[in-house]
Design a protein around this ligand. Structure first.
Ligand SMILES: NC(=O)c1ccc[n+]([C@@H]2O[C@H](COP(=O)([O-])OP(=O)(O)OC[C@H]3O[C@@H](n4cnc5c(N)ncnc54)[C@H](O)[C@@H]3O)[C@@H](O)[C@H]2O)c1
Length: 325
């Protein structure tokens, strides 16, 4: 039987074919760039395998899921799977898998870049130098090893950040509801204590119903005056208006952001005007090495399902072949 593979990510047909073992005959269908929800609905109707949208634009909502007749796997081309209604997929017996940890090293590297840029005003000083500026007075920064860093969410990325921080000699504290998450030398605390104690707070939780807006006015108010805040998880985890207030009031020392409530970040977003922020365009997880690992993980799962094997990294507790049961 020829399996129908529908790809919502911006991958070429050759790239998708390259993921599948030649033993398996497949028909590959690419969906036009977003917004194209009707095309998603139509293309996925008879799909056996769906690669979700790496850009997090095409949504696989309940309407799309209920219209599916053959789907055996929705494979996120990312770690986050917030554009897939994974609870509705579970009700319908469709497994949703992600590429857990594929870019943990890349995001952890970016997080260190952001923390150091904030502590030493790295990007700011570079911008000033280009205007002819020279001054050391404004650059008295902090050493990372002298500070306490609070990691919110000690998963694949958070744990990898912890590993890097121990090399710097920082005190590392973390908050995570999963009791199995730990890292040697890192101390588990409640979120309130983390916010009140850390000199740097870095957030690495998934976006879900209970994490949407979890870092808001109350959380920023709890942070130490002059604390630094970093977010490379998902924009809506943070209340951006509350963040701006904390920056404008001078309560926060600065913020490093890779993700935003709305992406791309608006041209006139006030965040672009604040000096003490370090901004990047949702690319923390994008490196040559991470991309290669992503393709490997997607290919492994597609081939496993075509071989009748259960996929790895299922995030909604559905076994393969449950669809329609
Ligand atoms: N900026 C980027 O380019 C980029 C790249 C990769 C991942 N991400 C985002 O980062 C998130 C984390 O990635 P990961 O690979 O570490 O995921 P992960 O699933 O391995 O870890 C997430 C951790 O957060 C914990 N958690 C859940 N709810 C929490 C809460 N309320 N408080 C504290 N901890 C909580 C979980 O128990 C888990 O340990 C992803 O979900 C994704 O949205 C962004």
């Amino acid at each position: 039987m020829t399996a129908r593979v529908v790809c919502l990510s911006p991958f070429s047909e050759d790239a998708v074919r390259g993921l599948i073992d030649p033993r398996h005959p497949v028909e590959v269908i690419l969906v036009p760039d977003p917004p194209a929800q009707e095309a998603v609905l139509e293309a996925t109707h008879l799909a056996h395998l769906v690669i979700a949208d790496q850009r997090h634009k095409h949504r696989i909502d309940r309407r799309v899921l209920e219209n599916m007749r053959n789907c055996q796997l929705i494979q996120a081309a990312s770690v986050g799977f917030d554009t897939v209604d994974h609870r509705a997929a579970a009700e319908l017996g469709i497994p949703v898998a992600n590429c857990a940890g594929y870019n943990r090293e890349a995001v952890a590297d970016w997080t260190m870049l952001a923390i150091l840029a904030l502590l030493r005003r790295g990007a700011w000083a570079d911008r000033q130098m280009r205007t002819g500026w020279w001054s050391q007075q404004e650059l008295l920064g902090h050493q990372l090893g002298a500070l306490t860093v609070g990691i919110v969410g000690l998963g694949n990325v958070g744990g990898t950040v912890a590993r890097r921080l121990t090399g710097f000699g920082s005190r590392v504290i973390y908050a995570d509801p999963d009791p199995s998450r730990e890292f040697p030398g890192a101390e588990r605390v409640e979120l309130e204590e983390l916010l009140a104690t850390a000199d740097v707070v870095t957030v690495h939780v998934p976006l879900d119903v209970d994490t949407r807006g979890m870092i808001g006015r109350d959380a920023f108010a709890r942070m130490k005056p002059g604390a630094f805040f970093v977010n490379a998880s998902r924009g809506p985890v943070v209340d951006e208006a509350a963040l701006l207030h904390a920056l404008d009031s001078g309560h926060l020392g600065g913020a490093g952001l890779d993700v935003y409530e709305t992406e791309p970040l608006a041209h006139d977003s006030p965040l672009r005007r604040v000096d003490r922020v370090f901004l990047s365009p949702h690319f923390a997880g994008t490196t040559v090495e991470a991309r290669q690992r992503l393709y490997e993980m997607i290919g492994t799962n597609l081939n496993r399902v075509l071989d009748g094997e259960p996929p790895f990294n299922v995030v909604n507790q559905v076994g393969v072949g449950s669809a329609g049961s």
